[in-house]
Design a protein around this ligand. Structure first.
Ligand SMILES: NC(=O)c1ccc[n+]([C@@H]2O[C@H](COP(=O)([O-])OP(=O)(O)OC[C@H]3O[C@@H](n4cnc5c(N)ncnc54)[C@H](OP(=O)(O)O)[C@@H]3O)[C@@H](O)[C@H]2O)c1
Length: 309
């Protein structure tokens, strides 16, 4: 018998990716693809009791929440938890990324897979955050005490802002044919990055995160500069990263400049760690597809772990 799955907010960019990845898995059946009003989708407005009741009557075992907007996401998730406490929820928004009831679903972190297996509530990491946390994890885990600061320069496809980024009446003029720095001091992924860096290092880690959006197909490239008291060599760093991720099928530690095209439409992250001996710091380049490993692909990866498949 296939697991009964719902995609809540299925008309969006990440909802579409979840749907297409799930089509490759025969042990799940998507029984509801919801929208507030788009034709061809199951209508679900959280303030319409008859729609909520019908949705619940379908008895989904797993819900992917792929809605834009943390306040509205909370209304959906709270209602699901109240009405259907056994339903597993994988939320893709920032609403629960540091919430104690939710497991932060980045399976490649030490011990995290075991936590995800036991969880009913998983918060799926942000796209920049996925790449930035995996890029720093080996250094922070082993040399956290010797790490002084991590500086992250992030570049993302405009698709990170959802479907409104391509809507000519909404944000398209802002993104199209542009390089757009934004959220210099307060990007919404900062809290989750800080929390996971802290867990890895065993203490609070000083870091900065400076994102820019570019008009390009889905992609993220983070460049990390990690200043450490420890001096590395290139081969030592490569070995540290290769060993750390030796059992992780979706992490490729590479010894060449990574390219966003090499990971597009895949769940892979490519990580290129080097020691810059002129500047005396660790530089790590890390690239993913923001909609796949940065969203829908990782969400399905988490589902597979939760269901122990
Ligand atoms: N894009 C990325 O790269 C990315 C990566 C990681 C995480 N995320 C997160 O994933 C979530 C979805 O992002 P997205 O890029 O897929 O957004 P999107 O393309 O804008 O899609 C948003 C979806 O949310 C629904 N929605 C919007 N406002 C709603 C409301 N008030 N009530 C109910 N449904 C509403 C829309 O459905 P209808 O209009 O059809 O009702 C639509 O299906 C966000 O929380 C985002 O932060 C995005």
């Amino acid at each position: 018998m296939a697991y009964r799955v719902a995609i809540v907010g299925a008309t969006g960019r990440t909802g579409g990716i979840v749907d297409s990845v799930l089509r490759k898995h025969s042990y799940v059946e998507v029984i509801a693809r919801t929208s507030r009003g788009e034709e061809g989708y199951l209508p679900l407005n959280i303030d319409k009791e008859e729609e909520v009741a019908y949705f619940m009557s379908l008895k989904p075992e797993i819900a992917f929440v792929t809605i834009d907007g943390d306040d509205v996401v909370k209304q959906y998730v709270e209602k699901f938890r109240e009405r259907c406490p056994d339903m597993r929820i994988i939320d893709l928004s920032t609403a629960y990324r540091t919430h104690p009831d939710f497991v932060y679903g980045l399976p490649e972190l030490p011990g995290r897979r075991e936590e995800i297996k036991k969880a009913n509530l998983v918060t799926n990491p942000g796209c920049y955050a996925t790449s930035a946390i995996l890029a720093a994890a080996p250094v922070l885990k082993k040399y956290g005490d010797e790490t002084e600061i991590v500086i992250i320069d992030g570049v993302s496809s405009h698709t990170g802002a959802g479907k409104k980024a391509e809507d000519p009446k909404r944000d398209r003029p802002k993104y199209e044919n542009n390089i757009l720095p934004y959220a210099t001091l307060d990007h919404k992924h900062r809290p989750e990055i800080g929390k996971e860096y802290g867990k890895l290092a065993g203490r609070a880690v000083r870091f900065g995160f400076y994102p820019s959006a570019v008009w390009v197909d889905p992609a993220i490239l983070n460049t990390l500069k990690i200043i450490t008291r420890k001096k590395f060599t290139n081969s030592g760093l490569f070995e540290l990263y290769s060993e750390f991720y030796s059992n992780e099928r979706f992490v490729r530690v590479v010894s060449h400049e990574p390219s966003a095209k090499d990971v597009r439409d895949t769940n892979y992250v490519e990580i290129y760690p080097v020691w810059d001996d002129k500047a005396e710091l660790v530089v790590v380049r890390s690239t993913i597809d923001n909609l796949v490993k940065g969203a829908g692909g990782q969400a399905v990866q988490n589902m597979i772990i939760m269901l122990r498949l």
